[in-house]
Design a protein around this ligand. Structure first.
Ligand code: URA
Length: 256
């Protein structure tokens, strides 16, 4: 069987709700220590259906329970202790703004001000973000303020010393970010900085390469631009101009 055939078989059985398939003697998915003998082998599987390409949507595994809502997501996060970031945080910073917004901004992680207030982007970087949203909107005659958009982060707890979130922290918290995005269903997402771009798009490219063009998360257009903290550094003035251009594109796309 070619690797392609194996993948098709696995996808087919995943669609049927089968979660684990073990080759005799070789476990392909982790199982509890006391797990007995493998329950399936390829020899036991019924024949494959004809090779008709599956509709595209079947490949999208649901990320969220039906009728998900921000309220439910917040309740599911609870007093989260799923990763080490819980140890140093004061508060979980869930996100804020218009829950029915057509536009969601995704940052990296709360900093000290956000950890103290429970709200995203309220420190210096946050003030710059507010200025960028409201300044661009005013200049482009688009009648929105910060309160009209939704703002959240990839991880909801402040990392110690404001270090970048680690891959396992991003993965654990990413499920809640994806549920937020699915529940809000914005017309566009703006990923602020490399961490947000990586979490949302899974890409390893730098912001400089990705910014200015549209990408996609599921069916939602995603614009990547510089993180406001980066723009606060005095030697990044070119980037500042580019970020305003990116934002202009986003606002016209969403609100025209
Ligand atoms: N930087 C972020 O990425 N998020 C915040 O909420 C604040 C600063």
């Amino acid at each position: 069987m070619s690797p392609d055939d194996i993948r098709r078989v696995l996808e087919f059985y995943q669609d049927l709700g089968i979660q684990s398939i073990y080759r005799r003697g070789t476990q392909l998915t982790p199982a509890p220590a006391a797990e007995p003998e493998p329950i399936f082998t390829f020899d036991d599987l019924p024949p494959m259906p004809p090779r008709t390409p599956a509709p595209k949507t079947i490949a999208l595994i649901p990320l969220a329970p039906e009728n998900d809502s921000l309220e439910r997501i917040r309740a599911d996060i609870g007093d989260c202790k799923r990763c080490r970031l819980c140890e140093g945080r004061n508060q979980i910073v869930f996100g804020s703004g218009n829950e029915n917004s057509s536009l969601v901004f995704v940052g990296e992680a709360p900093g000290a001000d956000e950890d103290a207030s429970g709200l995203p982007f309220v420190g210096r970087a946050g003030q710059l973000l507010t200025q960028m949203i409201e300044g661009t909107a005013a200049k482009e005659n688009i009648a929105i303020t910060r309160a009209d958009v939704f703002i959240c982060n990839v991880v909801k707890c402040r990392p110690p010393e404001n270090r970048a979130p680690q891959p396992d922290e991003m993965e654990i918290c990413g499920q809640f970010l994806f549920r937020q995005l699915s529940a809000i269903k914005p017309k566009a997402i703006c990923a602020l900085g490399a961490t947000a771009a990586k979490a949302v798009l899974g890409s390893k490219e730098g912001v400089t390469k990705m910014r200015g063009n549209w990408h996609k998360w599921r069916d939602i257009p995603v614009m990547v631009t510089y993180h406001p903290s980066y723009l606060l550094r005095p030697y990044n003035q070119n980037a500042k101009r580019e970020a305003w251009e990116d934002l202009k594109k986003v606002l016209h796309f969403v609100y025209d």
